[in-house]
Design a protein around this ligand. Structure first.
Ligand code: ADP
Ligand code: MN
Ligand code: MN
Ligand code: MN
Ligand code: MN
Length: 341
């Protein structure tokens, strides 16, 4: 279509993105600015209507991070926003400010996070795109290649390119356990940044999928009677863990995580008990376990981290629809804050 290439300078289209009141979906609307904003500080506040139960609530959209718009191209922007109620408190579903506070408290330890976002592609009728749940070929568990094993690679690659153009810190992608299941990875970076980039990458995925006639599902158990599920592994390190002798610090963090399993499960995403059934690659929802180079536990110390004696740990418990702001916050609270006397 020729229209997207029409010149519009000096005016600029800015798409505001924010998180829905249920805390689960990105929402967006676009406005014109008279010139290209040079930073997020040049983007004015706006407002949005929130519906909570049957009530409508007016909120203020506060721009927090700016990206290039990979759909309408330069100089247009995507701007992630934090939504506030009129009294200045976060609107329902907005957990970013809690993450900002938690990261501030531990900033000397320089925590980094990396998120693995799994999802499946669905058709408009709510069924798996390209396959019926009953005819899923049983082959390798991941990294598949070949038309009889993967479906939607163009969606994954387009999303990857769009994220790179936008300036999202995307570190890679992989085909997953069933033909229409994919993963992208965000990070490593600080916790607030991680949350911002995951939410923007989710928005970009919904938009890319619109053009391909499919819908991404972040539900951890998109087809109930199938053994596979979608997760949101969170990789986590501090400067100490990344330095020589870091393995000791990784083990100390795991010990703390073991003592607060329930508190973590409470904020690691809805419907996660359907996914974490203790079978195969899914750990048990109700108890904590960990292993080195093992993908069966709640937490894994990757093999290369063990060999090098430093690096990061992987928390495999968060679900694909978790809020990354809350997962990062829970990790630093459990692992890095001084223990209560
Ligand atoms: P897996 O082997 O579990 O599939 P992936 O390669 O998919 O691992 O994802 C690893 C993630 O870990 C990436 O998001 C990457 O950015 C992140 N990561 C790498 N190093 C660190 C680190 N030191 N601290 C935190 N996260 C890290
Ligand atoms: Mn209107
Ligand atoms: Mn992965
Ligand atoms: Mn994966
Ligand atoms: Mn992983």
């Amino acid at each position: 279509m020729p229209f997207l290439a029409l010149p519009t300078a000096p005016r600029c289209q800015v798409t505001y993105i924010w998180i829905s009141s249920c805390g689960m979906y990105p929402k967006a609307k676009t406005r014109t600015l008279d010139s290209e904003p040079q930073s997020v500080d040049d983007v004015p506040r706006w407002n949005a209507l929130y519906s909570v139960s049957d009530e409508c609530l007016e909120t203020t959209l506060v721009p927090v991070r700016m990206f290039r718009d990979p759909f309408t191209l330069d100089p247009n922007k995507l701007v992630l926003c934090h939504a506030l109620e009129l009294d200045g408190n976060p609107a329902p579903g907005q957990r970013r400010s809690e993450c900002v506070e938690a990261m501030e408290a531990v900033k000397e330890q320089k925590p980094w996070f990396g998120f693995e976002q799994e999802f499946v592609l669905m058709a408009l009728d709510g069924r798996l795109f390209g396959w019926s749940a009953d005819t899923i070929p049983k082959t390798e568990v991941s990294s598949r290649v070949g038309l009889n094993k993967v479906w939607g690679r163009d969606v994954s690659l387009s999303h990857y390119k769009a994220c790179l153009y936008a300036g999202v810190i995307i570190s890679g992608t992989a085909g997953e356990g069933i033909p229409t299941q994919w993963e992208f990875q965000i990070g490593p970076c600080g916790g607030v940044e991680l949350g911002d980039h995951v939410w923007t990458a989710r928005y970009i995925l919904f938009r890319v999928c619109e053009d391909f006639g499919v819908v991404p599902s972040f539900h951890p158990k998109p087809i109930k009677h199938q053994p596979w599920a979608s997760g949101g592994h969170m990789n986590f390190s501090t400067e100490d863990m990344r330095s020589p002798g870091g393995l000791t610090h990784i083990h100390a963090a795991i010990e703390r995580l073991a003592g607060r399993h329930g508190e973590h499960m409470a904020v690691y995403g809805g419907n996660n008990e359907l996914r974490l059934n203790g079978v195969g690659l899914y750990s048990a929802f109700t108890n904590f376990s960990w292993g080195t180079a093992s993908r069966h536990g709640s937490v894994r110390v990757p093999g290369h981290v063990h060999s090098e004696g430093r690096g990061y740990l992987e928390d495999r418990r968060p679900s694909s629809d978790c809020d990354p702001y809350l997962v990062c916050k829970a990790l630093v609270e459990t692992c890095l804050l001084p223990l209560a006397a």
